[in-house]
Design a protein. Structure first.
Lengths: 118, 773
């Protein structure tokens, strides 16, 4: 049985942070024509390092993963954070390219959620 | 050309402006640390001498780095997203791509042995740490030396706290010899002698000088500020006044770190010793970021009792008191403050309630500069140099506009005025960041918005980010056709460029022709020239050679009438390609050579590489494989930082040239000649291409050099040292032989290899000559 629900727990998460104790999901999207595994890996490591350095009790942020779409040569960097400005700061600190940063809602199956949100 | 690329010159370390005193233990510790660790950070508060120590260390060890030691000054950089590009700029190349700038930087450094000095990292600590980690992971022969008020906190970092200078021991009757053993006293004596040549530490003043430097706790900046007062005070008077100031300070807060208190007290004391108008000037010039010139100081600082006529005298007075530092090699003279001194001045400005007013005057001056500069025209080169020198202040002015409510429109106007500076001189990412941020903030004045949109679109197209460019340019065109003919013309022009990059050549040509007509109707000669070059280029690229001569001739005559060289050089380059495509190699060579000479004068590295590229094709078509391979190598270094810069049609020519040269030479000789060209400075590459200079490396002579097996072991050692930039005297010291013996060895090496200069030996070694048996 698959139950789809937004991972932030609210019925309509778009544009709203659920509670201050919950982090929202954000994605930074970037076209990366000609990107190589080494290049994407480099940005991925830099974002991880930047998020770890910048995370603070009053400005929580976690860098989760990169998703690369080879057919479109586009990369998506995925974060959980308190706000968009913090995600932008992480990107700027890593000097990671992006065209836009936007809040996202992720729908997971129950089994996937238990892995994604231990 | 300044700032030659890493791997192609020895670096950009500045000369010392004053004697470097003491720090023997710290220099030794720093060298040991750099030998063992790939990341070394010098820490300490402002005024402790971190930068001077870093520069001394870098200077001492730079010969160990074949590709040089490079300093990146970060004090005036506020935007962490521009850090990697700022490093690239300091290394002498501009990253115009939209890719991850750190990767472009790493690619550039990965095959090089260089020392990077990142100075003043504290306000960009996290970005510097992430950058350092990334570089060190991918560039195994690069070492990084940073200065910061705190460690970067990177695994493998060696932290060297910079202590205060050594102090004289307290004794009842210190002798001059005794007190001069301390670094602090020697520093004091050196700086005092700079303002009072007759000054020396003697029996009369030794005790006082010892007490003075102890009072100042050996903080170098505090010592320097005190020493210059000997121009008009005796050492005892300096000490008395300082004692009074310190009593006042210690009666207040005790929470500040002691050395910081010392420096703060010294600043307050120096400030109090100034006349009222000098104090005012210290506060006001603190508003400048980086360095500034007299004209800027006169414009920004004159008001309320300070007139333009008095500004120079006040500046001169602050220089004499070491509040300001004059940069002697600049014309016109430029001045700057050390960060700690500037911070104090800004604090005083804030306390006086004048920071906002001065910041506005600063913005007005630099916005005026942006409006007055010529993107194209007779004084273009002069303006490029001036804007480059003022870059930090331009950033500060734009920052002000972005931060202050209601100022974004003024900022957008200034950012738009600088469109060619951003676009043609390697600041594409930065220009985009400013224009996009100011567009978002600037409100709805349609004409300004249209202008901002086409500038943002132009910068995006120039960075090959056509997807981002098109909606900006289309909106600008829509607004412009309705309200602003100039915006309509420029947006149409760059829209044509953008769609051309997407392969829509017919539409691109039609839009460019429309833009040309709009610029002619508006009597905008600059727009006309831009459109003519773009039309010429697009026709050639698409094989429409008919009519290109008329376009070329009109463009050149318009440029000559206005003293415009930048676009003239591109017209020559493009028409040179047309001539080659029509089979006229001689005419093509003449045009490309003329363009290349202009590119050198204009410091247009990308344009120069484009000319060298075409001359490589000509060489291959004339069966000169050596020259073709070397020129391809010389141009390749530029294309590395500009992925996708060469259009498909030219990439095909590049590949065909490469294959032809490989067929002529064989792969081994091709690789050697290609590497030989690739490792050159751009200046050397231009000289080689133009066949200039006595003894400049020639690919044929280096490639034809004798085998390394003809050299003795000692001679092989000497070749390696030559390749590392060692002089004959250095070689002698290293190998424990006389300089004359080293010279003799070098002559023998030249004879055996059939070469005629040290530069040729180094080039032969760089191209793998030592591995060639």
């Amino acid at each position: 049985m698959v139950t789809a629900k937004p991972t932030d727990g609210s019925a309509n998460a778009a544009g709203n942070l659920a509670t201050t104790s919950r982090l929202a999901l954000f994605v930074a999207v970037c076209d990366m024509p000609g990107a190589t595994e080494a290049l994407i890996g480099g940005v991925h490591r830099a974002l991880d390092a930047a998020a770890r350095r910048l995370a603070a009790p009053d400005k929580p942020v976690r860098y989760l993963r990169a998703i690369y779409l080879p057919g479109e040569q586009r990369c998506i960097w995925v974060f959980k954070a308190c706000d968009l400005a913090t995600v932008r700061l992480v990107n700027d600190t890593a000097q990671a390219p992006f065209e836009q940063i936007t809040e996202a809602v992720e729908y997971l199956t129950e089994s996937a959620e238990s892995v994604a949100n231990p | 050309m300044s700032g030659a690329r890493a791997g192609r010159a020895v670096g950009n370390l500045p000369d010392d402006l004053s004697e470097f005193v003491g720090r023997r233990a710290e220099v030794a510790a720093g060298k040991r640390a750099l030998a063992q660790s790939r990341l070394v950070t010098l820490t300490g508060p402002g005024g402790i001498g971190k930068t001077r120590l870093a520069l001394r260390l870098a200077s001492d060890v730079r010969r160990a780095f074949a590709d040089g030691a490079w300093i990146v000054e970060l004090a005036s950089l506020r935007d962490s997203a521009l850090l990697a590009r700022e490093v690239a700029r300091s290394l002498g190349f501009s990253d115009r791509s939209t890719l991850w700038a750190v990767a472009t930087l790493s690619d550039h450094l990965s095959s090089r042995r260089a020392l990077l000095v990142l100075d003043n990292c504290e306000h960009l600590l996290d970005a510097c740490a992430v950058l350092a980690e990334s570089i060190l992971r991918t560039c195994r022969d690069v070492r990084v030396l940073t200065t910061s008020r705190e460690p970067l906190g990177v695994t493998g970092e060696t932290v060297l706290p910079v202590p205060t200078m050594s102090l004289p021991d307290l004794t009842d009757s210190p002798t001059p010899d005794l007190v001069l053993r301390s670094e602090a006293v020697r520093l004091f004596a050196s700086r005092a002698a700079g303002v009072l040549p007759s000054f020396a530490v003697n029996e009369v003043n030794a005790a006082t000088v010892a007490q003075l430097v102890r009072r100042l706790e050996g903080v170098p900046l505090a010592i320097e500020l005190a020493a210059v007062r000997l121009r008009s005070l005796a050492p005892e008077q300096v000490l008395d006044r300082l004692q009074n100031r310190f009593q006042l300070l210690t009666s207040g807060s005790r929470t500040a770190e002691p050395r910081h208190q010392t420096l703060e007290a010294t600043f307050e004391w120096s400030y109090e010793l100034l006349a009222d108008d000098e104090r005012t000037m210290w506060r006001r010039v603190a508003v400048f970021a980086g360095s500034f010139d007299l004209e800027a100081a006169e414009a920004v600082c004159d008001s309320d009792g300070i007139t333009r006529d008095t500004v120079f005298g006040l500046i001169d007075g602050l220089v004499a008191k070491s509040i300001l530092i004059c940069e002697p090699d600049q014309v016109p003279a430029r001045y700057h403050m050390l960060d700690a001194v500037r911070e104090f001045g800004l604090r005083k400005l804030r306390e006086a309630g004048n920071e906002g007013r001065l910041a506005r005057r600063h913005r007005d001056w630099y916005a005026g500069l942006a409006a007055a500069q010529e993107g194209l025209g007779r004084r273009q080169v002069e303006w490029i140099a001036r804007l480059h020198a003022e870059h930090a202040n331009l950033r500060a002015a734009l920052d002000f506009c972005l931060d202050k409510p209601g100022e974004a429109a003024a900022g957008l106007r200034a950012a738009c005025d600088l469109w060619l500076y951003w676009g043609a001189h390697g600041h594409l990412t930065e220009g985009r960041r400013w224009t996009n941020a100011l567009l978002a903030a600037a409100g709805l004045d349609c004409r300004l918005r249209a202008r901002g949109l086409w500038v943002a679109g132009y910068l995006s197209v120039s960075q090959r980010d056509v997807k981002a460019a098109l909606p900006l340019l289309e909106e600008a065109r829509h607004l412009g056709l309705d309200r602003d003919p100039s915006a309509a013309a420029y947006s149409t022009l760059f829209l044509g460029r953008g769609v051309g990059l997407l392969g829509e050549s017919e539409r691109g040509l039609a839009l460019t022709e429309e833009a040309l007509a709009l610029h002619r109707a508006g009597n905008d000669w600059k727009g006309v020239v831009l459109a003519l070059v773009q039309l010429l280029w697009m026709r050639i690229l698409n094989g429409y050679l008919a009519g290109t001569r008329e376009l070329f001739e009109e463009c050149v005559s318009t440029c000559e009438a206005h003293g415009e060289r930048w676009m003239r050089s591109y017209a020559l380059w493009a028409f040179g390609i047309a001539a080659w495509l029509e089979g006229d190699a001689d005419e093509s060579t003449r045009l490309e050579t003329e363009a290349l000479r202009l590119k050198r004068d204009l410091r247009d590295e990308i344009g120069a590489s484009a000319c060298i590229e075409v001359l490589a094709w000509i060489a291959a078509s004339q069966q000169d494989g050596q020259r073709a391979a070397a020129l391809l190598g010389a141009a390749a270094g530029t294309w590395q930082s500009l992925p996708g810069f060469l259009p498909q049609q030219l990439q095909e020519r590049n590949s065909a040239c490469r294959e032809a040269a490989q067929r002529l030479l064989g792969s081994g000789a091709f690789d050697a000649a290609f590497t030989f060209g690739h490792r050159m400075t751009i200046d050397t590459a231009i000289a080689m291409t133009l066949g200039e200079g006595d003894g400049s490396p020639k690919p044929s002579s280096v490639a034809a050099a004798g085998p390394s097996s003809s050299l003795t072991d000692r001679e092989c050692q000497i070749v390696a040292l030559l390749a590392a930039g060692k002089s004959n005297a250095d070689i002698g010291r290293t190998l424990v032989v006389s300089t004359r013996t080293a010279e003799t060895h070098v002559r023998h090496i030249m004879d055996k290899l059939g070469l005629s200069s040290r530069a040729q030996i180094a080039a032969w070694a760089a191209s793998g000559g030592m591995d060639s048996d």
